[in-house]
Design a binder for this molecule. Structure first.
Ligand SMILES: NC(=O)c1ccc[n+]([C@@H]2O[C@H](COP(=O)([O-])OP(=O)(O)OC[C@H]3O[C@@H](n4cnc5c(N)ncnc54)[C@H](O)[C@@H]3O)[C@@H](O)[C@H]2O)c1
Length: 353
C-alpha cells in the first residue's frame, strides 16, 4: 500500500510549555497518525517557527514552514490536519481545496461566520476534497453505545434531546453535533434562543456567550433543548435522550458515563469500560477513520455536511437573539450574529480581567 503523506497547519505549543496559547490539538492528531501503518508525517507549517520546530522534532521529520501555502505547493500532501483557531479555518480550507489536497481534517468549530462555513463545504465539494471536522465524541463509547441503545429501541421512539454545555459555540459545537448524531443527522425546522453575554468570554479568539437556553424542533418532530453556562444544571447531564418508553443519559463527568431508564424499571448503568466524555483515544479513532475513508472511498461521519448542520444551529441560536424571535431554517445569513450584536453595541460584555 502506498504511503499517505500527512502535513499540518498550526502545530500549537504543548500546554506544559511556557507561552502555550491553547491545547496544541495538532499533537493529538499526530499521535493518532503515528498509530497507523503506511502513513508518513512529512511537514508542518506554523507562523511561530519554534512551535513548528518542536513539533517536527517530536514527530521526526525536518520539513517545516511558516507559510502553509508554500508547504501545500512543495509537499503536495495527501492529508492535511488543520489545528488553528476558528477564524483561520475557512481560508486554510479554501487554500487546501485550491491546492487539490485529497483530504483535510480540520478542528472544530467549523468557522467564524455562517457564510465562511458554507463556502468551505462548497469549495471542497467542487475540488473533491474530503473535508472533515474533529467532532471526536462520535467515537467515544458513552456516545456510540447510547446511539446503539437508541437504534435498538431501548427507549422506544425518540421524542426529545437535551444537552448541557458551557457555551453554544466552542464546546457547544461538539454537543450540537452529537445531538444531530442521535437524531440520525436530521435537519432542523426552527430554533429559539435567549442568552446573556455580560462578561467577555473569548475562547480561541472567538466570542462565546456566558449563559444560554435554546429550544428547537427537528424536521422529524423530535424536540431539542440546550442549556449553557449557569443554566447547564437545568439539564444536569451531558446529553439526555427522552423516548416514548424511557430515558438515556450521558453523564458530564461522574460515573456511570451512560445509563438507561426503562418504564417500570430502575436506572441501569451501562458498562463503558473506563471511557467517559473525554479521551485522546477518541481523536485517534477520528484520525484512523479519515485515513481509512481516504483509502477505501468511504465517507466519514465527521463530514462537512454534518458539521455545517451543527454550525447552522449555533448561528441560528444567535440569530434568534438578534431577531428577538424564532428562526426558521435554512438559515439565510452570512455573518456571525453574536459578533454583529457586539459591534452594533446591542451586547456590551465587560472586558475580560
Ligand atoms: N476537538 C477538541 O476537543 C478540541 C479541544 C481544544 C481545542 N480545539 C480546537 O482546536 C483548534 C486549535 O486549538 P489549539 O488549542 O490546538 O490551538 P493552539 O493555540 O494550541 O495552536 C494553534 C497554532 O496555530 C498557529 N497559527 C496561527 N496562525 C497560523 C497561520 N496563519 N499558519 C499556521 N499556523 C498558524 C499558532 O501559532 C499556534 O501554534 C481550535 O479551533 C479549537 O477550538 C478542539
Amino acid at each position: 500500500m502506498s504511503e499517505l503523506k500527512v502535513a499540518f497547519i498550526g502545530t500549537g505549543r504543548l500546554t506544559e510549555t511556557p507561552g502555550a496559547m491553547g491545547y496544541a490539538m495538532a499533537h493529538m492528531h499526530a499521535d493518532g497518525y503515528r498509530l497507523l501503518d503506511d502513513v508518513e508525517m512529512v511537514a508542518c507549517a506554523d507562523i511561530v517557527p519554534e512551535n513548528a520546530q518542536a513539533f517536527a522534532d517530536k514527530y521526526e521529520f525536518t520539513d517545516i514552514y511558516t507559510d502553509y501555502n508554500e508547504m501545500l505547493t512543495s509537499v503536495k500532501p495527501d492529508v492535511v490536519s488543520i489545528s488553528t483557531w476558528p477564524h483561520l479555518h475557512a481560508q486554510m480550507v479554501l487554500d487546501c481545496a485550491a491546492a487539490g489536497v485529497p483530504a483535510v481534517h480540520c478542528e472544530k468549530p467549523m468557522a467564524h461566520t455562517f457564510g465562511a462555513a458554507k463556502a468551505m463545504l462548497a469549495a471542497c465539494e467542487e475540488s473533491g476534497t474530503r473535508l472533515t471536522f474533529n467532532h471526536q465524541r462520535r467515537y467515544g463509547k458513552p456516545f456510540y453505545m447510547a446511539k446503539e441503545l437508541l437504534d435498538d429501541g431501548a427507549i422506544g421512539e425518540l421524542q426529545k434531546i437535551e444537552f448541557g454545555t458551557s457555551d453554544l459555540y466552542d464546546y457547544g459545537s461538539h454537543s450540537w453535533d452529537m445531538a444531530n448524531y442521535f437524531n440520525d443527522e436530521c435537519d432542523t425546522r426552527w430554533v429559539l434562543c435567549g442568552l446573556d453575554y455580560s462578561e467577555e468570554n473569548v475562547v480561541f479568539g472567538a466570542h462565546n456567550e456566558n449563559h444560554s437556553i435554546a429550544v428547537w424542533e427537528y424536521e422529524n418532530g423530535v424536540f431539542g433543548m440546550a442549556a449553557g453556562g449557569d443554566a447547564t444544571a437545568l439539564v444536569g447531564c451531558h446529553h439526555r435522550m427522552v423516548g416514548t418508553e424511557g430515558i438515556i443519559e450521558i453523564a458530564r463527568s461522574n460515573m456511570p458515563a451512560l445509563r438507561v431508564l426503562r418504564a417500570g424499571e430502575d436506572w441501569k448503568a451501562i458498562d463503558t469500560g473506563d471511557e467517559g466524555c473525554h479521551a485522546a483515544e477518541f481523536v485517534y479513532r477520528c484520525i484512523a477513520d479519515i485515513v481509512d475513508c481516504l483509502r477505501t472511498g468511504g465517507e466519514s461521519q465527521m463530514n462537512a455536511r454534518n458539521a455545517l448542520r451543527a454550525t447552522e444551529q449555533i448561528f441560528a441560536c444567535w440569530e434568534s437573539v438578534r431577531r428577538r424571535g424564532m428562526v426558521t431554517l435554512p438559515l439565510d445569513i452570512e455573518d456571525n450574529p453574536l459578533e454583529a450584536m457586539i459591534e452594533a453595541g446591542d451586547l456590551k460584555p465587560a472586558a475580560q480581567s
